[in-house]
Design a protein around this ligand. Structure first.
Ligand SMILES: Cc1cc2nc3c(=O)[nH]c(=O)nc-3n(C[C@H](O)[C@H](O)[C@H](O)COP(=O)(O)OP(=O)(O)OC[C@H]3O[C@@H](n4cnc5c(N)ncnc54)[C@H](O)[C@@H]3O)c2cc1C
Length: 304
């Protein structure tokens, strides 16, 4: 039975509106339930429609990017899940700037910049996901973080569509001030003109490093925990003897202890319990509270 707000969005949006859509295939962990409604806005007008309906029905909503850094609850997500895969354009601007849609694949952006000689993104080569997701979590690798390149971004939230400067994001390690009810529609970046050959070499080295350290052989969401100041999460987990620890079909990777692998048919609950268990055991043995780098979407009861 379609609800009135679902029907209203389906009738008035040009992009896809999918009722009761399974989200597991849209995540790297391949777990999680369904979205009451998954929408993919096509243009700015679709955002106007969305804003009106979200407001009129007081609906909960959240954003899903490439699903590479999220754990979605088995019970799924009430309300509207917004994915902006149609907003994927890369547009060069004056003054060494680029405007990039939040739905653009990060790998595509990195390749484009490397070919054009636009430096500042090369070490991000191989990080999965979307540009919007990367900016929301301030993704980074090998000393380079995407937040350092942001000039400003176009956001969608309860105020409609507006801009935030880089300063308003308050970027810190794997974090920004973007809230769960805010969506990054597009980002303006500043690049550093650099020899394309040099960029290619750095990117290839980054990908080579990933191939070795991330070969965990199963569905995963990359690093589960942030590195605490002066520490490495994987080392703490390893020192506590948790390598290979298992909860159902969820297992701490034997190859990289900051990765949790879905060994096939794991539930979100199993992964969540393993996260909690790891936090408790590490806290008990070291006194350090590991903070999750992966984000939880939906209801898990206790927070990880
Ligand atoms: C094998 C592997 C390796 C990885 N290596 C790295 C690494 O080296 N460094 C690193 O930083 N990360 C790494 N990650 C994690 C992940 O790839 C990044 O965090 C990525 O930037 C997340 O983007 P996404 O589009 O997949 O976001 P999602 O996982 O879909 O979402 C992550 C969070 O961002 C929010 N979000 C998504 N899109 C938007 C948007 N447009 N506007 C506002 N909020 C949004 C979501 O609501 C959620 O809270 C790795 C993951 C994997 C699977």
């Amino acid at each position: 039975m379609i609800k009135p707000w679902q029907a209203q969005l389906q009738q008035n949006m040009r992009g896809e509106c999918l009722c009761n859509e399974s989200l597991a295939p849209l995540t790297r962990w391949r777990v999680g339930g369904r979205a009451e409604l998954l929408v993919r806005p096509m243009d700015d007008q679709d955002f106007d429609v969305l804003q009106q309906v979200l407001h009129d029905y007081d609906l909960p909503w959240c954003v899903l990017g490439g699903g590479s850094n999220v754990l979605i609850a088995d019970a799924g997500i009430d309300g509207v899940v917004i994915q902006i895969s149609h907003f994927d354009q890369i547009e060069p601007l004056a003054q060494q700037r680029l405007r990039v849609g939040g739905g653009c694949n990060l790998g595509r952006l990195v390749c484009y910049c490397n070919e054009q000689g636009y430096g500042g993104f090369e070490s991000l080569a191989g990080i999965p996901g979307s540009v919007g997701g990367a900016v929301a979590v301030n993704a980074g690798a090998l000393g380079q973080q995407i937040g350092e390149r942001v000039v400003r971004a176009q956001l969608f939230d309860e105020q409609g569509v507006h801009y935030w400067s880089a300063g308003q994001f308050g970027f810190t390690y794997r974090s920004s001030r973007i809230g769960s009810q805010q969506l990054i529609v597009a980002v303006e970046f500043h690049y550093q003109p650099t020899d394309p050959q040099q960029l290619k070499e750095v990117a290839e080295a980054a990908i080579g490093h990933r191939r070795k350290s991330h070969a965990v052989g199963g569905a995963n969401a990359g690093s589960v925990f942030k590195n605490p100041p002066g520490e490495q999460a994987w080392k703490l987990i390893d020192q506590c003897g948790l390598r290979g620890l298992r909860n159902g079909q969820a297992q701490i990777s034997a190859h990289h202890t900051n990765f949790i692998v879905n060994q096939g048919g794991a539930t979100a609950e199993e992964i969540h319990r393993l996260i909690r268990q790891t936090q408790q055991l590490v806290a008990k043995q070291t006194g350090i509270q590991l903070e999750t780098e992966v984000r939880m979407l939906g209801n898990f009861g206790e927070q990880a």
